[in-house]
Design a protein around this ligand. Structure first.
Ligand SMILES: NC(=O)c1ccc[n+]([C@@H]2O[C@H](COP(=O)([O-])OP(=O)(O)OC[C@H]3O[C@@H](n4cnc5c(N)ncnc54)[C@H](O)[C@@H]3O)[C@@H](O)[C@H]2O)c1
Ligand SMILES: O=C(O)C(=O)C[C@@H](O)[C@H](O)[C@H](O)COP(=O)(O)O
Ligand SMILES: [Zn+2]
Length: 370
């Protein structure tokens, strides 16, 4: 009997799926898959860190359930979200003779989830896939909602497809082998949900941050609340024609910083989002939209989690403001040449602002560089 502590349903009609959250679910993965998807074979895509830390448990569980499988192990890190490694993954799927009705398993963090999801969307014109997220970030955000893709030298996540998973299986015990820096990076996306439209959740995080980091029951609760929040948004606006853009709070700045730092370990995605959320609040305060005390409160909370909150904390030399603005101009929310930002009226009061003046953003960035 699997130890499922929380189930969140994403009710997308004939593409509906469950997010199962619980301790040691990876050990029950074989039985859960056999019951839900009889007669399939499995192609596991993972990275070399996760292959060492977690893959043996998944293989043992698939073997115990008598499920056939093959594995593709890619290098760990953001630079894996590239044409080259996408090609390797798709060719690997074909070489293993996986059929259209078989299933891909994305075992890993958001990099593997995004890449394996995209590979599933295009191999044999679309195969099903299962997300088995092993980082905090992937458990609270990237494994849910069907955004898949890779990066381009032109910008972050510019190549991809919407392709929903068939199941998300989040095993809390996998987080035991995640590094503290990666855990903190994922925590930035947790905070994001509070900042968007759930002030009470942000206050709850202020109270429960220590327990979430220590691995107490608040951790599972936080993950389930984030998944429920994201599931609600995705149900309302699957392909980001409207409200889903709110999930991009902090990302317009953050993605530009990730591009500028070469999609490398210099700045992890969640770290870029942390700096980006502070910039989005600071910019909103400068426009007279939000109280500046809220920015201070957010900074204090993110700092306590060990996250960067200023441009000065991005390691190495940052590109020019012009270079950052050029990256921002490639953002997918740009429409008819105009910038869209997620701005805010305070904690839990984010909104979508179209037609943001690039000169105001550029002069704000100049000032923030110090
Ligand atoms: N599709 C979406 O909706 C969405 C949402 C948020 C972020 N993202 C994307 O997710 C990516 C970031 O995801 P991430 O932070 O998980 O990064 P990641 O996938 O690079 O994983 C972080 C690091 O931790 C390692 N790791 C993962 N799980 C581990 C475990 N259990 N034990 C030991 N090591 C482990 C990985 O090998 C990697 O080195 C970015 O590319 C971002 O753009 C996508
Ligand atoms: O799911 C979404 O929608 C999000 O925006 C979640 C983000 O945390 C995530 O980083 C996403 O990949 C960003 O999407 P993008 O469309 O800006 O590339
Ligand atoms: Zn994100």
């Amino acid at each position: 009997m699997a130890n499922i502590a929380h189930t969140v349903h994403v009710g997308l009609g004939d593409r509906a799926y469950d997010i199962l959250i619980g301790d040691r679910l990876l050990d029950d993965a074989g039985a859960l898959l056999a019951e839900r998807f009889p007669g399939r074979r499995y192609g596991i895509i993972t990275d070399d860190n996760v292959a060492k830390a977690q893959l043996p448990r998944l293989l043992a569980s698939l073997d115990a359930a008598g499920l056939q499988h093959s594995e593709i192990v890619l290098p760990a890190g953001e630079s894996t979200k590239s044409w080259d490694l996408l090609g390797q993954a798709v060719e690997g799927i074909l070489a293993a003779r996986l059929e259209r009705g078989d299933l891909i398993i994305a075992l890993g963090g958001g990099v593997i989830g995004d890449l394996a999801g995209f590979a599933s969307a295009i191999a044999r014109r679309g195969m099903g896939f299962v997300q088995m997220p092993t980082s905090l970030l992937a458990q609270v955000d990237s494994s849910v909602g069907g955004k898949t893709g890779i990066n381009s030298p032109h910008g972050k996540n510019l190549i991809g497809a919407f392709h929903q998973p068939k199941l998300v299986l989040a095993d809390l015990s996998t987080l035991d082998t995640l590094s503290p820096r990666q855990f903190a990076s994922g925590y930035a996306e947790v905070v994001k949900y509070g900042l968007i439209d759930d002030e009470a959740f942000f206050f709850w995080l202020e109270e429960n941050q220590a327990e979430i980091f220590a691995g107490g029951p608040a951790r599972g609760e936080a993950i389930a609340r984030c998944c429920a929040h994201k599931a609600r948004v995705v149900l309302e606006d699957e392909t980001e024609l409207g409200v889903r853009a709110l999930l991009n709070l902090g990302h317009t700045f953050g993605h530009a910083l990730e591009k500028d730092t070469g999609y490398s370990d210099r700045l992890l995605h969640g770290e870029g989002v942390a700096v980006g959320m502070v910039l989005a609040h600071g910019f909103s305060a400068r426009q007279g939209l939000a109280p500046s005390q809220d920015t201070g409160r957010i900074v204090a909370h993110l700092k306590k989690a060990g996250l960067p909150t200023t441009l000065a904390e991005v390691p190495g030399t940052l590109g020019s403001t012009e270079a950052l603005m050029a990256a921002i101009a490639q953002d997918k929310k740009v429409s008819r040449g105009a910038l869209t930002f997620i701005l805010t009226r305070g904690i839990g009061r984010a909104f979508i602002e179209k037609n943001v003046d690039p000169k105001a953003v550029s002069s704000f960035l100049d000032d923030m560089r110090g």
